[in-house]
Design a protein around this ligand. Structure first.
Ligand SMILES: [Zn+2]
Length: 306
């Protein structure tokens, strides 16, 4: 639901916004909803030149208000010209493939633990509409938001460190509908984790926004065939298969982490691979980054104690 300039009145002093419910009643302001809002700590709406739109978005747990603002930002110069491929998925939330051949995985360990914890506590609530249940859902949703912000920030920083100019990310819109090629990912419930496709869209938006400030471009490409083709020899054969998360190519014999193989194929859609020989194994040995609850940041698996 979108409210244009005439449809809302913002009061940044008391963090309230008045949303008009009907256009025909707009003149009288007689039919409106008064909402109190809370912004992230790094956002201060009173310093924003103008808020152009207010959008009310249902996230599945609660209503979120999105303020569309006009702000001037200082854009850095691109840190380099390299490309990084990003494959988003449900097993590893993100797999990154860099131009020089190394790769990184970001599993959802922390979100899975969170979901398990919250679903257990929610199950103990007498009524799913109770205040307690609402508070739990809000807390769960806030923690997810925080997690996605931290992860997108971390990934963009890694791309800055690696002198990237372009982040290539698989466009999920086609996959969601299935595209009829059997490649559709299984969104929704996965073990304890229920993650909707909008979480991925929102995550890409976050990466896009943070990349822009670093001078890095984000390109969305079709995910078609990126999970089925071999990123080493480019062949797409039925006999190529995924076994326990590994992609095995019958043609060139490569064994790669399946998500990294996808990320590398996505990367190559923008920047075709140089012909250098990549010895078997590099794709199969990505570094894994986990969310460290003690530091609130992502760190290589071996450095995370919990
Ligand atoms: Zn191959």
């Amino acid at each position: 639901m979108t409210f244009k300039a005439a449809g809302f009145k913002l009061d940044t002093q008391y963090n309230r916004v008045r949303l008009s419910k009907g256009s025909n009643l707009k003149e009288y302001w007689s039919d409106f909803i008064l909402c109190e809002y809370k912004t992230r700590p790094d956002v201060d709406l009173s310093t924003v030149e103008s808020v152009q739109q207010v959008r009310a978005v249902w996230t599945g747990d609660e209503w979120e208000l999105h303020f569309v603002c006009k702000v001037e930002i200082e854009v850095a110069e691109a840190p380099g010209e390299k490309t990084v491929g990003v494959d988003l998925g449900i097993n590893n939330f993100a797999a990154l493939a860099y131009e020089d051949g190394h790769s990184e995985l970001y599993p959802l360990n922390c979100l899975k633990q969170d979901d398990y914890y919250f679903s257990k506590r929610l199950a103990r609530c007498d009524d799913s509409d109770s205040d307690q249940a609402t508070r739990l859902n809000q807390k769960k949703s806030a923690r997810r938001t925080h997690y996605f912000h931290t992860l997108s920030k971390h990934i963009v920083q890694r791309c800055v460190d690696e002198e990237a100019g372009t982040i290539v990310v698989g466009d999920l819109s086609g996959i969601r509908e299935g595209e009829g090629n059997g490649e559709s990912k299984n969104w929704g419930k996965h073990g304890n984790l229920d993650l909707h496709s909008w979480a991925f869209d929102r995550f890409i938006d976050l990466v896009e926004y943070k990349s822009e400030m670093e001078g890095i471009t984000v390109e969305r490409v079709s995910e078609r065939d990126t999970s089925k083709s071999c990123s080493c020899c480019g062949r797409n054969r039925k006999s190529n298969r995924v076994e326990r998360g590994l992609y095995v190519c019958d043609d060139c014999g490569v064994v790669a982490n399946a998500d990294v193989n996808g990320a590398e194929n996505i990367r190559q859609k923008v920047s075709p691979s140089p012909s250098e020989d990549r010895s078997n194994g590099w794709l199969a040995q990505p570094s894994t980054f986990l969310f460290d609850k003690e530091t609130g940041a992502f760190a290589p698996q071996e450095q995370v104690t919990s």
